[in-house]
Write a protein that binds this ligand. Sequence first.
Ligand SMILES: Nc1ncnc2c1ncn2[C@@H]1O[C@H](COP(=O)(O)OP(=O)(O)OP(=O)(O)O)[C@@H](O)[C@H]1O
Length: 244
Amino acid sequence: MSLFISGVAIVNKPVSFMKLSSCLLCWHSSSPIHKIAAPAVSKIFIRKMSSNCRAAVISGPSGGGKSTLLTKLMGEYPNSFAFSVSHTTRKPRPGESDGKDYHFVQKEKFIEMISNQEFLEHAEFSGNMYGTSKKSVNDIQKSGKICILDVEINGVKSIKKSDLQPTPRYIFIKPPSIEILKSRLEGRGTETPESLQKRLDTAAEALDYASKDGAYDYIIINDSLEDAYKIFKNIFKDDLKSLQ
Ligand SMILES: Nc1ncnc2c1ncn2[C@@H]1O[C@H](COP(=O)(O)OP(=O)(O)OP(=O)(O)O)[C@@H](O)[C@H]1O
């Protein structure tokens, strides 16, 4: 079910915090029950949440502020959110442990999992394979926590095609402008001129996809961090109430 009540939220529109704060009811256009009166739906939704939490797919250009917002959210609600543990074919680095940082598997096993359709999404980076298994997400959902999936654009597309239930909410974290994104990436001090340019090129693609109708349920412009965090947190307001 994708209909829910939210204090500040709007579907598929980049909007400011002030505009958002006046919107009380939010629904996904494909919802078959969006005509049901809000209070009744709210109760159904909360009961469902308590047994199987709805995951959140977070995406956006590198440097847009996903980690910053997630770190704040998980810091404020340490027992309510969890990242799924990914599978990878890369070797563990010193200090990393199997099942905690990653599920480290051989390439043959990873390929077998792909053919068994065990992944929600998978990709290859620098010669290693990485993937999010359906089981790792389901385990978190069953544990009563909200599973956070921080994925790039192809991951978003794959998850949308998957049969993940309940349907996750899709959140895009948007920088105020490409110029500000560039200066934040430079300020982070993690990029070479080449990697910076690559991230900016990929950002253009992510922004283009986000501008399409129905691509995301929420688009948060991360201008003032304080305002962006308020909006971000508010998306989970009902879930957090039902989890307490
Ligand atoms: N609203 C904001 N105002 C100013 N600086 C910000 C804001 N949000 C994030 N930043 C800064 O921008 C930089 C990039 O943020 P962050 O690392 O959270 O991005 P990200 O989307 O998680 O990137 P990646 O996908 O590469 O992990 C960081 O240095 C962070 O402190």
